[in-house]
Write a protein that binds this ligand. Structure first.
Ligand SMILES: Cc1cc2nc3c(=O)[nH]c(=O)nc-3n(C[C@H](O)[C@H](O)[C@H](O)COP(=O)(O)OP(=O)(O)OC[C@H]3O[C@@H](n4cnc5c(N)ncnc54)[C@H](O)[C@@H]3O)c2cc1C
Length: 424
């Protein structure tokens, strides 16, 4: 689908009766798109601003698509993060299907193995008790299976495999134990395409591309959005503004005098994509735990995702807005990150070494990860092991949304609409 491009002269801002609610959503990523679609379904008109030339091409496109059920957040002993992920996971598919016709079986990965690495921050016993708690809480949140995980599965499972099984899946030199789980990823590009079609064809949604929001300011009881398109600064007033710009979130919040909840950081992480059709047996989907390790996801016909954190986490920033990492790396530098990550993954997952593919099939994209905390994941005290202080912060009719994880997008999008209607 060709990108929609508006020149300033062709702007057609929603000009309904000024007494009515006029809503601006900043950032057409996963959250902005889903929130716009939910508001549209509730009868609202929305102006959706995106600085890039295409919607949903940033973190919500480059990510691994894991619909987390809390397993990875075992270091958060309060269980708040796992609980938050489970809430997102229970609602993920049901809410997404309110807006787009997605078929779970067309986009889910193979189920994840959790590979306990030698040097893991937690041992297998500690991990097992956390995983079993996640499975139990899932049962409660899903009403005993009434709400199916990804629309397909009644229950959640994590089973410690006998050590004799390690060899067939991973290299025992690096692997202490393996859990077989029923956690899955969904292919983010498939969802991005469906959401892009939906927001582009919805008459209630005005999508303004190449429109970078520079600031939001209070004007009486309204909010003025100041944005730039084709070098021209434009201002427009709204009754309600939702900031869902992720990499731009803190910078725009700051123009409203809003500071983050604590120290923060932006990390640029590569989510290399291998675009060749795969069979389930070709490659196991794996998450290596617990610490600065990596993931492989087998998306069957839709290829694979591969990341090795120590190589692929290339950028770090504690500024309000991180550098424009997406445009900073040459194709050669990107391919080098993929190659070095792949070498590390092959050592741990021998099946990866059997894959045959041309280099043109590799798409080494990356994305920003915004999180509270500025200590790396190899430290047990790192705040990156938590992700529960996320979601919507409302300041009158200005709403700032730290999505936290892809997993939470559909759930938070509905919550944003509730908040604008004063329901929540
Ligand atoms: C490599 C990688 C792997 C990940 N894996 C997972 C995973 O497996 N599971 C999971 O749950 N989460 C994962 N995440 C996190 C997840 O991708 C994000 O939490 C989520 O996609 C954020 O969605 P969003 O809509 O808030 O942000 P985005 O999708 O980044 O959308 C924000 C939009 O705002 C736009 N924007 C920014 N500034 C401005 C501005 N000033 N004006 C206008 N527009 C602006 C951007 O261009 C962008 O389109 C991963 C992240 C990365 C990078």
């Amino acid at each position: 689908m060709p990108p929609i491009n508006f020149s300033p002269s062709s702007f057609s801002i929603n000009t309904s009766d000024l007494n009515q609610q006029r809503i601006a959503i900043l950032g057409a990523g996963g959250l902005g798109a889903c929130a716009a679609l939910e508001l549209s379904q509730r009868g609202y008109k929305v102006d959706l601003f995106e600085e890039h030339s295409e919607p949903i091409k940033k973190a919500s496109y480059a990510n691994e698509g894991k619909v987390h059920v809390g397993f990875i957040y075992a270091m958060d002993r309060s269980f708040h993060t796992a609980h938050q992920m489970l809430v997102g996971a229970v609602h993920f598919m049901e809410y997404l299907q309110r807006w787009v016709d997605v078929k779970p079986e067309e986009m889910i990965s193979t189920p994840f193995y959790y590979l306990v690495q030698k040097g893991s921050l937690l041992n297998s016993q500690e991990l097992n008790s956390h995983y079993q708690r996640c499975c139990q809480v899932y049962k409660e949140l899903s009403g005993g299976g009434k709400k199916k995980y990804l629309g397909l599965f009644d229950s959640l499972e994590a089973r410690l495999l006998h050590k004799s099984r390690i060899d067939g899946i991973a290299n025992p030199e690096f692997t202490e134990d393996i859990f077989e789980t029923t956690e899955y990823s969904v292919e983010p590009r498939y969802i991005a395409e469906k959401l892009t079609q939906a927001i582009s064809s919805d008459p209630n949604i005005n999508l303004f591309l190449d429109s970078k929001v520079e600031a939001v300011a209070k004007v009486g009881d309204r909010l003025k959005v100041i944005f730039r398109n084709a070098g021209i600064q434009i201002e427009e007033e709204y009754t309600d503004v939702v900031n869902s710009t992720w990499n731009g979130l803190l910078e725009i919040d700051r123009t409203m005098g809003i500071e983050p909840l604590g120290t923060w950081s932006h990390r640029y992480k590569f989510g290399n994509k291998l675009l060749i059709p795969l069979k389930e047996a070709d490659l196991p989907s794996c998450t290596m735990v617990l610490g600065p390790f990596g993931d492989i996801v087998n998306f069957r016909e839709r290829g694979a995702f591969m990341s090795w954190y120590p190589v692929g986490r290339t950028g770090w920033s504690e500024d309000y807005r991180p550098p424009e990492w997406d445009s900073m790396y040459s194709p050669e530098e990107r391919m080098d990150v993929f190659q070095r990550s792949f070498e590390e993954l092959k050592k741990r997952i021998p099946a990866a070494g059997n894959l045959k593919f041309p280099l043109e099939a590799v798409d080494p994209v990356g994305g920003d990860i915004l999180a509270l905390g500025n200590t790396e994941v190899d430290q047990s005290k790192s705040r990156f092991h938590e992700r529960f202080e996320v979601g919507i912060r409302s300041f009158g009719n200005y709403h700032s949304v730290d999505t936290g994880k892809y997993t939470l997008i559909p759930y938070l999008a509905v919550k944003v609409a509730d908040r604008l209607e004063g329901i929540d």
